[in-house]
Design a protein around this ligand. Structure first.
Ligand SMILES: Cc1cc2nc3c(=O)[nH]c(=O)nc-3n(C[C@H](O)[C@H](O)[C@H](O)COP(=O)(O)OP(=O)(O)OC[C@H]3O[C@@H](n4cnc5c(N)ncnc54)[C@H](O)[C@@H]3O)c2cc1C
Length: 133
């Protein structure tokens, strides 16, 4: 697991063996939970959001670089959001935008890129074989 930079807000992790399920989250646990929230929220975002829904989604996304309690993650995300402003125009646009931001992190961490045509399958519909039904 990745260690947290000092001053990141989250505590440094200890060995996974010594951590119980009720320990405060480390950078990986927080990251996984946050991506779950963000991708699921994008997957259920309206096809045609109202101006109010768009404004709230923008507020949510712009708040992350300010408030996310892993400072180096927040800094990188802030740079990414400046380079690639969020697409809050539709469910498909938002899901794609988020997938690309997540892939940027994946690449930086040396992980495999996710196929962004599969976001609905992963986060809303489940696989065709029905194993998630
Ligand atoms: C905004 C943000 C910034 C972060 N920045 C850093 C950082 O700078 N340094 C750091 O060490 N960690 C960072 N993290 C944490 C990191 O991204 C991972 O969450 C963490 O390493 C745990 O990885 P994981 O292998 O459990 O899967 P995660 O990357 O958490 O992914 C969870 C699940 O999402 C799915 N998935 C993967 N990629 C995509 C995609 N592109 N689109 C849709 N679904 C996908 C997969 O099914 C995967 O199992 C950040 C997290 C967030 C939310």
């Amino acid at each position: 697991m990745a260690a947290l930079a000092s001053g990141s807000g989250l505590k440094n992790e200890s060995s996974p063996d010594t951590r119980s399920a009720n320990c405060p989250p480390d950078v990986e646990q927080l990251g996984s939970a946050t991506w779950t929230f963000l991708h699921a929220t994008a997957a259920y975002y309206p096809e045609r959001p109202t101006p109010f829904q768009r404004a709230n989604m923008l507020n949510l996304l712009h708040s992350l670089p300010v408030l996310y309690p892993c400072s180096h993650c927040a800094t990188h995300l802030g740079e990414e959001v400046k380079r690639h402003p969020p697409d809050v125009s539709s469910r498909a646009g938002l899901s794609w935008w988020l997938c690309e931001r997540h892939n940027e992190v994946n690449e930086r961490l040396g992980k495999e890129k996710f196929d962004c045509t599969k976001t609905d399958e992963r986060w809303r519909d489940g696989p065709l074989d029905g194993r998630c039904d």
